[in-house]
Design a protein around this ligand. Sequence first.
Ligand SMILES: [Zn+2]
Ligand SMILES: [Zn+2]
Length: 102
Amino acid sequence: MLQLRPNCEYCDKDLPPQAADARICSYECTFCAGCVETVLHNVCPNCGGGFVPRPIRPAAERRPGLCLATRPASMARVHLSYDKPAIAAFVEALRDIPPEKR
Ligand SMILES: [Zn+2]
Ligand SMILES: [Zn+2]
């Protein structure tokens, strides 16, 4: 089950569960669409993978036990593991390689 992390690791923007601009990598590293497009260029700075839009968990209980109230989003904010110059160099090295070939 996805943790639904509460913020962009890069700019710290709030990304609540219903945010349409949340992006995740396969490890659920979480960033906003703006950072993914303009800074990260579809390179996760933690793992080197690409991003997809994060699915939105229904707020309403459409099926028994399956909704935000019973399966709540994470409240633990996550911050960068590398400094921004190191991330820029990492992104530069990988951005021209499509994710399926990284
Ligand atoms: Zn961001
Ligand atoms: Zn990642």
